[in-house]
Design a protein around this ligand. Structure first.
Ligand code: T46
Length: 130
């Protein structure tokens, strides 16, 4: 999703507004920074949680997998947002040293919502189709 940049001679500003450019009510915000080179993060899916990720500084590679199709994309701009729906496996790689990944989440942190095993994720995707 491309976010609207409100720019003037002083620089740029982007507004994030639930219901307008965020497709859920925000209950939590966190950010990931200082990730070491060659480190991968993620490797999980969420049963219910929806999120929106924006690299507000630097870049990283996102891998998104719905159990059928695996897609790769680079988040490398503060005006590019990735909406990650529930039941999507995600991995993050190739963090630049200046990367700050901002994540808006539809719910509070709940470890029981995580599926951290890929085979289990595929099983739950297939069970959901029955
Ligand atoms: C996601 C990707 C994009 C908390 O205590 N509260 C929180 O809100 C979060 C997000 C994490 N934690 C704890 C759980 C772990 O002990 O922080 C530790 C690191 O979390 P995790 O290994 O899950 O971090 P990532 O970078 O692999 O994944 C995170 C989010 O957890 C996840 O929801 O989609 O970023």
């Amino acid at each position: 999703m491309d976010l609207k940049v409100i720019g003037d001679q002083r620089g740029s500003l982007i507004a994030l507004e639930p219901g307008l450019n965020i497709p859920f009510a925000i209950k939590r915000v966190y950010y990931i920074y200082g990730t070491l080179p060659d480190v991968g993060r993620g490797y999980h899916a969420h049963r219910r949680l929806e999120q929106m990720a924006i690299c507000v500084s630097g870049s990283c590679k996102m891998i998104i997998d719905d159990g059928i199709t695996r897609r790769e994309m680079r988040l490398d701009s503060a005006n590019k947002a990735l909406v990650i729906r529930n039941m999507i496996w995600r991995e993050m790689h190739e963090f630049s040293s200046d990367c700050v990944l901002l994540v808006l989440a539809s719910d509070y942190y709940d470890e029981s919502d995580y599926i951290r095993d890929y085979d289990k994720f595929i099983k739950e995707v297939n069970d959901g189709k029955k």
